[in-house]
Design a binder for this molecule. Structure first.
Ligand code: SR1
Ligand code: MG
Length: 422
């Protein structure tokens, strides 16, 4: 049967039949339903009690195709089950940063979840130049908790292996393998280039051997390193914020993969915001430098905060369980050395993934508003070239950076390059 998106009457009737949701909405006879999905994959509705609008939920439904493209790109609807399972898992680990799932229907492939009505999509907030004082702290906590507790550093080996198998998400992983690691580096019809983007910048993605090898290494890691349960698509459109709270939404790409993929995704999107601020700040009549400085501070706080919190969780649990990953190690010297190596490797991978994520948003099919909303073609191209140049350095030199401050110094240098240089 052909898929038909739910209309207001369908949803009103359906939700009235779900006791848990009826209790939340109060009177379900009269509901206001608005379709708000601006994401690439699904339909999303805000549903509220027409007489008491504060009683409100979000309904999300997966159609059997990719919404961005339409029925010509079929997709199985099981992605909703991955999303629900991941939201529940992450919610149990980090309830302060994950919206609650009230109801899930595995026949209609829909779920009903907490409405975050006083929150904004982070990408939008960053484009408006809003400062979120707790952002770095919150996101580093989210990353440390989800990535630590779903890994072999915490789980018993058989539990972890079963979790890896239950979370296999081949179809959505294939989208990432293609759109993030493959198509941007070839002459693929799904790529799209902004009108003034210079040819040399595109050619470089196809011809630099060092870059192509680095990307292949990241793709290998993505496909083979099942370290922890990842969100899998942790860009700034998957985060909702206000002054006090931060929530991570939309984990339909969740699977067991390399930890650096999630950390790198957030950093990549902060750096896209950083480079594009040059235009958005000036357009808003302000000196972009202040907000850019705040964006870089967030990147530093997220990496440093994540590394510190992750290592503390690791040490605490190791001493409590007396289970050393390294075996007998009375003074913990080998364990500490292993941790140092672990974090250094994770940092390099984080940078490599961040580089891939930035490049795909410039030349690939799914773009980001902070870049596409720049109406001045030359200004947009200049910012895009800076993003590509920075991303290439992240990938090729990822093992050579000695801490996040060095990376941020590079961002400042690339961001200050004049038109002649780019
Ligand atoms: C074809 S779907 C395009 C992108 O949207 C999602 O948010 C993921 O980033 C995916 O790659
Ligand atoms: Mg999404």
């Amino acid at each position: 049967m052909e898929f038909e998106a739910l209309n207001s009457a369908d949803l009103t009737a359906y939700l009235g039949g779900v006791p848990a949701v009826r209790a939340l909405l109060g009177n379900t006879d009269e509901l206001d339903v608005v379709e708000v999905g601006d994401g690439n994959l699904n339909f999303v509705y805000f549903v509220s009690n027409a007489r008491a609008p504060e009683k409100s939920v979000v309904v999300k439904q997966a159609p059997p195709f990719l919404r961005l493209v339409g029925t010509s790109w079929p997709l199985t609807r099981q992605r909703m089950e991955h999303e629900v399972a991941a939201l529940r898992r992450f919610g149990a680990l980090c309830p302060q940063h994950v919206p609650e799932v009230y109801h899930a229907d595995s026949e209609l492939f829909l779920m009903v979840m907490q409405r975050l009505s006083s929150h904004k999509i982070l990408r939008q907030g960053l484009m408006e130049g809003i400062v979120y004082p707790k952002l770095g702290d919150h996101l580093s906590t989210y990353l440390a908790h989800t990535l630590f507790f779903c890994s072999d550093l915490f789980l018993a080996p058989h539990v972890k292996k079963e979790a890896v198998s239950a979370a296999v998400n081949s179809e959505l992983c294939k989208i990432t393998e293609d759109l993030v690691f493959t198509y941007p580096f070839e002459d693929h019809p799904s790529n799209s280039y902004s009108p003034a983007l210079p040819r040399f910048a595109v050619e470089r993605l196809r011809t630099s051997a060092a870059l192509r090898i680095a990307v292949a290494e990241m793709k290998w890691a993505f496909m083979n390193h099942a370290e922890s349960l990842l969100h899998g698509d942790l860009h700034t459109g998957s985060i909702m914020v206000n002054e006090d709270e931060t929530f991570v939404i939309d984990p339909e790409f969740a699977f067991y993969g390399p930890m650096g993929f999630d950390v790198g995704a957030i950093l990549a999107n902060l750096w896209l915001a950083y480079f594009s601020r040059d235009w958005h700040g000036r357009a808003g009549g302000e000196n972009p430098g202040h907000y850019q400085q705040w964006l870089l501070e967030q990147a530093a706080q997220i990496w440093n905060g994540f590394a510190e919190k992750f290592l503390n969780l690791w040490r605490d649990h190791e001493s409590r369980s007396k289970q050393h990953f390294i075996g007998e190690d009375p003074d913990a010297a080998c364990s500490e050395a292993f941790r140092t190596h672990f974090v250094r490797r994770l940092f390099a991978e984080t940078l490599g993934f961040a580089g891939c994520k930035m490049i795909r948003r410039i030349v690939g099919m799914a773009k980001v508003a902070e870049i596409t909303s720049i109406p001045d073609e030359a200004a947009r191209a200049e910012i895009e070239v800076r993003c590509l140049r920075f991303a290439e350095a992240l990938l090729v030199q990822r093992q050579r950076f000695d801490g996040i401050d060095e990376v941020l110094a590079l961002a400042r240098t690339v961001g200050a390059q004049s038109e002649d240089c780019v």
